[in-house]
Write a protein that binds this ligand. Structure first.
Ligand code: FAD
Ligand code: NAD
Length: 475
């Protein structure tokens, strides 16, 4: 479309990121009140809850992506999108420095974008704790590229294990899939992997099938620390049936190209060092702060005691600033770093900004009316009435409640068409695990899936995989 120049009478609202937090904000925001600019290295929204299913091809990756330009096209007023990374934010000068990090670059690859209001929704990066070998040899599971890499590697390991003359020892190594981190990401991935093996690999390559093994390594005494005790037990016993090996109280210390070295804490307090050969290693040990967020925290004195991200107040304003807000995994508001929290925060901010804009319009109108009161004494009664009405409206919308998170429950898929759910309904608590929960899990995600298009694509993938098996061709 035509280039639309920013309206100088409106404030410029810059939004960083196109994840759960930022996109929920953009969906609900009345964009006509602001000059909205969105900056993200990723020109699509990613539906992360179904990302583990992409690693085995159960779901094709494009089914869970939605182009940001499609989302923005439906907004009332023009919104600008720049595919770029924010490299730093200067809260004094109120500018964001942005960098084009994509493959194709033009003459201009770096520039500054001024803001009046800024929302930081850049998410988090993968924690490695500086453990040697993690960056070089393991796969993360956060972005689409990660899932595609894992999908290719699984099949590469399988095909290489099936290579003529491969030794028994090497077959065992290649077919040993290790997952580090027993949070929901690691657990869901291990479950998907075991399904892939049971439903497809076993049938397609029966001669090496009995050598395929999945091991899940967790430093704490149990997996899924955020779930209830009953569901932890259910998950651990299901994994036992699925023949997924869980190694708890085991801390990974080092990774090489073919082995993972860990330390097991024994009940008597002693420690044992072990070395496990692997074919594929997926690293899922949680979140770390992104450099751009760290840099911004260093520039704001009030953030000096914050470690895990930008500390925000109950209106999601970054502490120590007046015109910067933060949502999602990069914000520390006292909640878990989940999509559920991020999307509610984005929603809240949209409401807040819509309100702020409406307040300004009403206040402007009250000023105008008050001015005309002196000029038109004949209409005084009428004008006063109108002013009163506006002020009543103002009082109502100015009374904005702080952000309040409403927990809808936790859900995780654990393989063999089973899922675990901690859900609170009607103030009662329901902890359930099993196949019915799995159906609930699927329908919950379908109803959460963003567009009708995504919903249809995901259903299509599920049906296709059920009827014809997963597509194991290695692109
Ligand atoms: P993200 O969704 O990560 O988005 C961050 C955005 O910022 C991205 O668009 C990124 O490209 C962009 N960005 C990065 N760097 C920059 C930069 N320098 N400048 C500008 N933009 C930048 N949560 C649940 O509640 N339920 C689930 O079932 C669930 N399943 C998950 C499964 C997996 C495999 C993973 C990895 C996570 C899952 N989560 C789930 C957690 C959930 O995905 C995150 O909490 C959520 O994505 C956080 O939203 P966000 O907007 O803060 O960040
Ligand atoms: P996590 O932080 O929840 O779990 C990481 C696990 O790795 C921890 O249990 C930790 O003890 C372990 N660990 C860390 N270092 C280790 C080491 N050296 N050796 C062995 N184990 C080690 O991370 P996650 O699973 O990626 O989840 C991140 C966030 O996303 C969480 O808030 C989670 O709730 C959310 N999420 C939710 C879902 C869901 O609801 N279905 C799915 C995925 C992610």
């Amino acid at each position: 479309g035509p280039q639309v120049e920013p309206d100088p009478s409106k404030k410029t609202l810059v939004v960083l990121g196109t994840g759960w937090g930022s996109v929920s904000l953009l969906k609900k925001l009345d964009t006509e009140h602001y000059n909205v600019i969105v900056i993200s290295p990723r020109n699509y929204f990613l539906f992360t809850p179904l990302l583990p299913s992409c690693t085995t091809g159960l779901i094709e990756h494009r089914s869970i992506m939605e182009p940001i330009r499609t989302i923005l096209r439906h907004k009332k007023a023009n919104v600008k999108f720049y595919e770029a990374e924010a490299s730093s934010v200067d809260p004094e000068r109120k500018v964001v420095r942005v960098l084009d990090t994509s493959e194709i670059r033009g003459d201009v690859i770096e520039t500054e974008i001024p803001y009046d209001m800024l929302v930081v929704g850049v998410g988090a990066e993968n924690a490695t704790f500086g453990i040697p070998g993690v960056r070089e040899h393991t796969c993360f599971l956060k972005e689409i590229g990660d899932a595609q890499r894992i999908r290719k590697k699984i099949m590469d390991c399988v095909e290489t294990a099936a290579f003529k003359g491969q030794s028994q020892e090497e077959i065992d190594r290649l077919l040993h899939m290790v997952v580090v981190g027993g949070g929901p990401t690691g657990v869901e991935f291990a479950g998907e992997l075991q399904d892939f093996f049971e439903e497809d690999i076993k049938k397609l390559i029966p001669d090496i099938a009995d050598r395929f093994r999945v091991t899940l390594i967790e430093a704490l005494p149990n997996v899924l620390p955020s779930f209830s005790k009953q569901l932890i037990e259910y998950t651990e016993s299901t994994f036992k049936e699925e023949k997924i090996d869980i190694m708890t109280k085991t801390m990974v210390k080092k990774v090489t190209d073919k082995t993972v070295e860990a330390e097991i804490s024994k009940p008597d307090g002693s420690r044992e060092k072990i070395t496990l050969p692997y074919g594929l290693l997926v690293w899922a040990t949680g979140n770390a702060v992104r450099p751009v967020v760290k840099d911004l925290m260093d520039r704001i004195p009030a953030q000096k005691d914050s470690r895990r991200g930008l500390a925000v107040n109950e209106y999601l304003v970054v502490q120590g600033t007046r015109d910067i807000w933060a949502v999602g995994d990069c914000a520390v508001a006292g909640y878990a770093p989940t999509a559920q929290v991020a999307s509610q925060e984005g929603n809240f901010l949209a409401g807040l900004f819509n309100n702020m804009a409406r307040t300004e319009v009403l206040e402007q109108r009250v000023r105008e009316l008050s001015g005309s009161l002196n000029l038109q004494p004949g209409n005084a009664a009428e004008i006063s009435k109108e002013i009163e009405e506006h002020e009543r409206q103002l009082r109502r919308i100015k009374d904005i409640k702080p952000f309040h998170y409403s927990h809808q429950g936790s859900l995780a898929y654990i393989g063999s068409e089973k899922a675990v759910a901690d859900v609170s309904w009607f103030n009662g608590n329901l902890a359930s695990g099993g196949s019915l929960t799995f159906l609930f899990w699927r329908s919950a995600y379908l109803s959460m899936c963003f567009s009708t298009r995504n919903r249809l694509l995901v259903i299509n993938d599920w049906v296709k995989s059920k009827l014809f098996g997963r597509d194991v061709s290695r692109e």
